[in-house]
Design a protein around this ligand. Structure first.
Ligand code: CTP
Ligand code: MG
Length: 178
């Protein structure tokens, strides 16, 4: 397969996860998922950066982008999945859920390590959401997710996430550039 086609298909595949990961910055806020509770170590379970609204906004964004891709791509030249439009919506749901669950897991581990809300942890901030998203979406996306595709997505995500956060910081959406 042509390398450019391979890259474009993987970008299209992972797009619902990227939207799920960024939408909470815009639409999040309100009540924290952990209800303010702390663990025995004296740190919050997840912290104020993980809100109920942000979680559902992220999952919804994944489904919405997946469904839109289904309408645009299913049956066409750029078809990623063989299951028609519904496969895209399902992949979007799994990627959205996985992204938001991985984001929570990352924050949970950061709090256990004593890293304050909003402080950087490259692996946990940038790559944990992708790891969990790919695990959940694997049943649907397995034919496309070869070992080299998975490596490519981790490298791509590292740079896209870093770049996106610098932009979000510059335009005033995030206080810190990560
Ligand atoms: N956000 C949200 N709900 C979520 C995830 C994110 O409301 N479930 C919003 C919050 O406003 C959060 C912002 O998106 O501050 C950026 O997300 P992120 O960088 O993941 O959170 P941090 O505030 O950096 O917290 P942490 O240290 O736990 O990663
Ligand atoms: Mg952060």
């Amino acid at each position: 397969m042509d390398a450019a086609v391979w890259v474009i298909e993987l970008v299209l595949l992972i797009l619902p996860a990227y939207f799920a990961n960024s939408v909470p910055v815009l639409l999040g806020g309100g009540a924290p998922i952990d209800g303010g509770r702390e663990m025995a170590d004296g740190n919050r379970v997840f912290g104020d950066g993980k809100t109920v609204r942000g979680f559902f906004a992220g999952v919804f964004a994944g489904v919405a982008v997946g469904a839109l891709e289904g309408l645009l791509l299913a049956g066409g030249n750029w078809d990623i999945y063989q299951g028609g439009a519904i496969a895209y919506a399902l992949a979007g749901l799994l990627l959205g859920l996985g992204t938001m669950a991985g984001d929570l897991l990352g924050s949970f581990i950061k709090r256990r390590q004593g890293i304050a809300r909003g402080k950087q942890s490259v692996m946990l901030d940038q790559l944990m959401f992708l790891a969990v998203a790919l695990i959940l979406a694997y049943p649907v996306a397995a034919p496309v997710l070869s070992p080299s595709a998975i490596v490519f997505l981790f490298v791509l995500t590292y740079f896209v996430h870093a770049g996106a956060n610098v932009v979000a910081n510059r335009v005033g959406l995030k206080k810190v550039p990560w």
